[in-house]
Design a protein around this ligand. Sequence first.
Ligand code: FES
Length: 120
Amino acid sequence: MFDWLFGKAKITYLSVDEQSRLSSAHIHVVGHTLQHWQGEASMLAALDSGELAVRSSCRNGNCGACIAYLMKGDVGYVKTVHFPLEKNELLMCSCVPIGDIEIALPLHPIEPRKRKRSSY
Ligand code: FES
């Protein structure tokens, strides 16, 4: 009856060939500036290089620390996921965007990462 609400996440694994055909995408993180994915190994790697501090731990699809909610678009997984995901949840450490997507982060505090000074 409530499958639309409590279903399991759709997990699509990408082959190496499929991964290589993806080039870039916009990641709209609700409430934050637009982020870009340009072939990084995962969505988390792309967000790490931006100004958003996103939570992570194992970076291998095991712990769920990097969970986010898919609002629009689709993702493909490049690592095997061992954490049980529910509908519309994704693990940023293990997937890449397939085209432009919109995600929401959980309600834990997210503070802008302080920029490191580059050497002059
Ligand atoms: S950081 Fe552990 S599942 Fe992504």
